[in-house]
Design a protein around this ligand. Structure first.
Ligand SMILES: Cc1cc2nc3c(=O)[nH]c(=O)nc-3n(C[C@H](O)[C@H](O)[C@H](O)COP(=O)(O)OP(=O)(O)OC[C@H]3O[C@@H](n4cnc5c(N)ncnc54)[C@H](O)[C@@H]3O)c2cc1C
Ligand code: SF4
Length: 494
């Protein structure tokens, strides 16, 4: 009988792999590399959450873990041949582990396996890779919200029921504050370390040092999920796209950070939420809307990150956008911003390192698109300034969906709108120095006028896109087009 058994390997886990899903027992390695925090300015809340999650995980693993605080990953892993990893979550990390004698296991933390997505995508020769088609394939495969081969309730999509504006004259949705974690000694130590690193010039932190609002442990993440189900799930669908200046969380789950840290299994999350529908405690429109975000969107952008390749973010700049990000964005400083929608969104980011989806897409993204912000710099800014920002989540969302810099690979048209959309979906305009209906003069809304100036600028690049035919026809009919374009070129107040 052979006695030549391979010694068990030590599993090195990264910041996106900190939950039970990534732990099969056995020895673990966690490396806290300070260089990760010093590469570019980072939101303080994000740096805090990452460090807190790493250190909490190490504390929970006890003597099963080797925990190192070093400058660079290489300081710990070079020269070792006893390590294994679950395939990490960025091109850079995958390159790093592949250059070393490290055993690599298939990635986890998503509902669809990478090979399955690739097969699905490759099978679509000549067809677009639509989220809707991918999502239906996943529903059929998993049986989630299915009755035989038909979607539960007879419809795949409840978006139509889920686009309500906020209730009229309401300052808030009227939901209790979400459950938030209580900080402990580990958070106190993180805070002290960040203060010291900042004093020593090792890191540049942006944004407020508020209490930690996002789950850093699997237990906290389960609390946040249970609280979402209890207090917000029913309102999630109807108010998914709504914005209120007095309500920074609305009915959103705030689960993206714990999901991206690997603290929750996304399939468990969806199954837990779907069970609420089957128990008669939550409406199908909300439950389907939520399942779509996770089974659909979250997985879809993960797979596109790999499928579209490492060069995707820089391969094209289809709308010729080269403007550097302004100081108000880089420093998250709302003080000089007069547009209420943008000011409130940047202010919320300053405080929490988070904004909800429509603020990201239709306020921040829309503004950046209209003003031709450099898409690669914007992509990086989103990664660094959001607690849930990761390299994999951003390209499809920012380069593709929000900025249309890929020329239409991810979205069929630019997500651009004037102030009328923001006015319909929020209460921002009522408290703003500008008027969403006005496009010329002192009160001209920067989003409304900016919309026309944007179309004017990119017209030659999008005129062949049939989905832009109507907006471009509107532009051609605009009697004061030249004056609006000139005004926006000179705009100083925004
Ligand atoms: C410009 C832009 C930037 C974004 N940046 C990030 C980011 O840094 N990190 C991130 O996780 N998501 C990002 N998203 C997607 C989405 O806006 C956030 O996941 C969501 O706002 C997080 O808040 P929540 O957990 O309350 O989400 P909910 O509204 O409660 O949605 C539930 C979950 O669905 C998932 N989800 C929904 N939409 C998407 C999507 N488009 N891509 C990926 N996951 C999705 C998230 O895991 C989220 O937690 C971005 C979207 C845009 C348009
Ligand atoms: S008026 Fe324009 S700038 Fe002001 S909040 Fe409304 S959309 Fe934003």
């Amino acid at each position: 009988m052979s006695t030549n058994r391979a010694a068990p390997r030590t599993r090195w886990v990264f910041a996106g792999q900190l939950g039970p899903l990534f732990d099969d027992g056995g020895r673990m390695l966690i490396v806290e590399a300070r260089s990760v925090f010093g590469r570019r300015p980072m939101h303080r809340a994000k740096a805090h959450l990452l460090l807190s999650a790493l250190r909490h995980r190490a504390a929970a693993l006890g003597d099963r873990v080797e925990y190192h605080r070093v400058e660079r990953y290489a300081d710990v892993v070079d020269g070792r041949d006893d390590l294994e990893v679950i395939d990490p979550t960025s091109w850079a990390a995958r390159r790093f582990v592949r250059r070393r004698p490290i055993a690599i296991l298939p990635s986890r933390g998503f509902v669809t396996a990478e090979d399955d997505f690739r097969r699905w995508a490759d099978s679509r020769t000549g067809q677009r890779m639509l989220l809707e088609d991918f999502y239906r394939t996943v529903r059929r495969r998993t049986g989630i919200l299915m009755r035989g081969d038909q979607p539960e309730g007879g419809r795949w999509n409840y978006d139509h029921d889920n686009r309500n504006p906020p209730p009229k004259h309401a300052a808030r949705l009227g939901l209790p504050d979400p459950w938030w974690p209580e900080e402990d000694d580990i958070d106190a130590e993180v805070r002290t370390d960040l203060d010291r690193w900042e004093r020593e010039g090792r890191v540049t932190l942006v944004g407020d040092d508020g209490p930690r609002r996002f789950a850093a442990t699997p237990e906290e993440a389960q609390h946040a999920l249970a609280d979402f189900i209890q207090t917000r799930l029913n309102d999630f669908g109807p108010f998914e796209d709504a914005m209120l200046s007095g309500d920074w969380t609305m009915a959103h789950s705030q689960l993206s950070a714990p999901l991206n840290l690997g603290l929750l299994d996304p399939l468990d999350v969806v199954e837990t939420v779907v069970a609420e529908y089957h128990a008669g405690r939550a409406p199908l429109s909300s439950v389907e809307g939520f399942a779509r975000q996770i089974l659909g969107w979250r997985d879809y952008v993960w797979h596109l990150y790999w499928y579209l390749g490492e060069g995707y973010p820089t391969a094209r700049n289809a709308l010729g956008a080269h403007t550097p990000l302004p100081r108000a964005f880089r420093e998250l400083d709302p003080a000089a911003i007069e547009s209420a929608c943008l000011r409130e969104t940047i202010d919320g980011m300053r405080r929490h390192g988070w904004a909800h989806h429509i603020q990201r897409l239709m306020v921040l993204g829309n503004w950046a698109l209209q003003h031709g912000y450099d898409p690669v710099a914007l992509n990086q800014w989103f990664v660094d300034m959001f607690v849930d920002g990761t390299p994999w989540v951003m390209p499809a969302n920012v380069i593709g969906m929000s900025q249309h810099a890929d020329g239409g690979v991810v979205a069929t048209k630019p997500y651009v709108s004037g102030g009328a959309y923001i006015d319909r979906m929020s209460d921002y305009c009522a408290g703003c120095a500008f008027d969403p209906k006005v496009r010329l003069g002192e009160q001209a809304c920067p989003f409304t006028a900016g919309y026309w100036a944007f179309l004017d600028r990119v017209e030659p690049r999008i005129r062949d896109n049939p989905r832009m035919a109507q907006p471009l026809a509107g532009l051609r009919r605009l009697a004061d087009r030249a004056a609006v374009v000139d005004q926006e070129r000179r705009r100083e107040r925004w």
